[in-house]
Write a protein that binds this ligand. Sequence first.
Ligand SMILES: Nc1ncnc2c1ncn2[C@@H]1O[C@H](COP(=O)(O)OP(=O)(O)OP(=O)(O)O)[C@@H](O)[C@H]1O
Ligand SMILES: [Mg+2]
Length: 225
Amino acid sequence: MDTIKTENVKKTYTLGKTLVPALNGIDLTIKQGEFTCVVGPSGSGKTTLLNIIGCLDTPSEGTAILFEKYDVSKLNDSEATKLRRDKIGFIFQTFNLIPVLNVYENIEFPLIIQGVPAGERKKRVNALIEEVGLTEFVKHKPEELSGGQRQRIAVARALVTNPELVLADEPTANLDKENGLNILRMMKELNEHHGVTFVFSTHDQRVIDMAKRIIYLEDGKIVHK
Ligand SMILES: Nc1ncnc2c1ncn2[C@@H]1O[C@H](COP(=O)(O)OP(=O)(O)OP(=O)(O)O)[C@@H](O)[C@H]1O
Ligand SMILES: [Mg+2]
């Protein structure tokens, strides 16, 4: 199955009277279960591409189709919200955890939003907590944990809803090299174990080396894939 298929995707932002081209004709197919890294210099369009794939933004031209049936340009707000909630997991550079909730509650949160029954929530949250190695920290609040541990919470939270696709924009940018690599190793294991498609961006060569597929962007174009 094609998780993502884009054809000639262009994105132009308007800044005052200036047009800023961010994506300049992206043709890309990513199949289910791939583990793909988007690489390129600052300003090359990585975040813009991930935002479009994540239904957080729409193309100015061209089409982006998710899961072979959802055209990102044609979704209304509630359809986009529902697609993000049910089929896509996000991992952010700054973790974006809820500070008043503990580890367990942060990971459980998306399931509450989805209306998953309590028994099922408990089963899924505990399984992921174990998979990401946070069993001894379930009661801790994010501020009581290291950057690497916080990102583990975010990875578990992204996966707990059993999404088809996980998107991560520079997930290791705020981690030291060793923790960054550990997070990537864990993402790769989860990709293999759950068969979920991962697309992430990074500047870190050691992280790039771990990707199974690398998409190089330059000036909003794919120069190598
Ligand atoms: N909301 C916006 N309004 C105007 N221009 C924007 C907007 N978002 C991005 N851009 C421009 O689009 C281009 C691509 O930006 P983007 O953030 O996608 O790059 P990036 O590859 O993620 O860079 P970085 O590695 O620094 O995160 C840049 O020229 C940027 O200035
Ligand atoms: Mg970016």
